[in-house]
Design a protein around this ligand. Structure first.
Ligand SMILES: [Zn+2]
Length: 457
């Protein structure tokens, strides 16, 4: 007998919210309704609180080696950070490096995760080269529960146009879908050479100036034209602003299905941070870079209007000491920032509380849509009978100031340090067990590997 009854809370559904009780039996939600019987159940009073399904962060990079260093967060600290922030499932990027099989890559990433995960986790497969063996493996890896793929159009993991086309064709055949990092690598390389040739080499601002919005928009446009010819849906991950969005709008006008993800940093911060004195701006070095305040506004509106389907973090954390590797050459600053811990609270505070999104829309972009797009629905992403009892109890009346000193991430700083947020994460349940409370991890290592199905959004 392991029943818990959450009473008096406002349950959030994309279709509308309702006051009801929610009964957990073991790992599952067993009943939702009014005045459910209380016998044999532990009572949890959620009066005045919002009850969300656990958030899903389908874009993390834990224990990833890049630019001569390894991310500050591994699967232990990364999933701990995620779960105290209300995220009960993450999907991390497993990389098939050149010459490796996908099976080997998956083993590597399962090994990384074996340190212990505090939320459930799955993997996307990043493909970096294309051989007959990889072509054949696409089918088998789907059966392993790795049903979504990642392609980079820049970095040393990039695929060229011909490879991009062939991979998209093959994924269509096996029922997979690709999320693509869209930036034009040639344009960026040429601009970087120019900036590195003079004193601009040691300026943080050279990072964003060499990755203009057009470099992203060009790559999105190219991807979507490829997808048009192949007649396949694709995902544009971490969309940063209006210029890229216009390419997506154009593809949709042609009748294409395009799924779009953005991240809290592209909604809440802008490129003026790269102009901060000294090396301060390095904290915000990510790719694609932050854009203009106008882009923040366009993205909020696009989220509210349903033009963007999901929000994820692209959590890829480096300490300030690691960032210093690029002190004399902006190209060597490791790119990435933490985000897993604050995502849900930021979307609530900056989105819902500021009237940019409804709480129902928040539930859609952080829970239901990612669950469907990444093959976890209805096990995850929804408060429903039979679904995993992954539950977040959010106190909308409480305020909290973001401080790196209190976070679970090993990154050592927060890009949102000192920002006051409305709404706190009171309790987080992972498959029926209380795992986090008031920013503290109560139970660790309960996370399990998620064998995901095909995308269905
Ligand atoms: Zn990423």
């Amino acid at each position: 007998m392991n029943k818990k009854l959450i009473q008096n809370g406002l349950l959030i559904f994309p279709q509308g919210s309702k006051k009801a009780d929610l009964l957990i039996d073991g790992e599952k939600i067993s009943q939702i309704g009014e005045n459910l019987p209380t016998e044999n159940a532990q009572i949890i009073d959620a009066a005045g609180k919002l009850v969300f399904p656990g958030f899903i962060d389908a874009h993390t990079h834990f224990d990833l080696a890049v630019a001569n260093c390894v991310t500050a967060d591994d699967f232990a600290s990364g999933t701990a950070a995620a779960v105290v922030g209300g995220t009960t499932a993450i999907v991390d990027y497993c990389t098939q490096y050149r010459g490796e099989t996908m099976r080997h890559a998956l083993q590597n990433w399962k090994q990384k995760a074996s340190v212990g995960c505090s939320c459930d986790y799955g993997f996307h497969m990043a493909i970096t080269d294309w051989t007959p063996e990889i072509h054949a493996e696409c089918h088998d890896i789907m059966d392993e529960g790795v049903t979504t793929f990642k392609l980079y159009l820049t970095y040393d993991t990039q695929v060229d146009d011909e490879t991009l086309f062939k991979i998209l064709q093959r994924l269509k055949e096996v029922g997979g879908i690709a999320g693509v990092h869209c930036e034009n690598s040639g344009m960026i390389a040429a601009l970087q050479q120019e900036y590195a040739a003079d004193e601009r080499i040691s300026k943080v601002s050279s990072h964003y100036l060499t990755r203009p919005p057009a470099s992203e928009a060009e790559a999105i446009g190219r991807l979507l034209h490829f997808a048009e010819v192949i007649d396949t849906p694709v995902i544009d991950v971490h969309l940063t602003g209006e210029e890229g969005l216009n390419e997506i709008r154009a593809a949709r006008r042609r009748g294409q299905t395009v799924y779009v993800e953005t991240c809290p940093q592209y909604l809440c911060m802008d490129d003026s941070l790269y102009e901060l004195p000294g090396f301060e701006g390095a904290k915000y070095i990510i790719a694609p870079p932050l854009r203009k305040p106008r882009d923040n506004q366009v993205l909020w509106e696009a989220l509210a209007a349903g033009e963007i389907q999901t929000v994820a973090t692209d959590h890829c954390s480096f300490t300030l000491a690691q960032k210093e590797l690029g002190k004399s050459d902006f190209r060597k600053i490791p790119g990435g920032m933490p985000g897993a811990e604050t995502c849900g609270r930021l979307i609530f505070s900056e989105g819902v509380c500021k009237g940019r999104l409804t709480k129902e829309k928040m539930c859609e972009v952080l829970c239901e849509n990612p669950a469907k797009l990444y093959g976890m629905y209805p096990q995850k992403g929804v408060l429903a009978q039979g679904s995993d009892a992954d539950i977040v109890i959010l106190d909308p009346g409480c305020k909290e100031v973001i401080a790196a000193s209190r976070q679970m991430s090993r990154c050592g700083y927060s890009p949102f340090e000192g920002k006051e947020l409305t709404g706190t994460i009171d309790q987080v349940y992972l498959r029926g067990e209380l795992v986090a409370q008031n920013g503290k991890l109560i139970q660790k290592n309960r996370g399990r590997f998620l064998r995901r199905g095909r995308f269905a959004l």
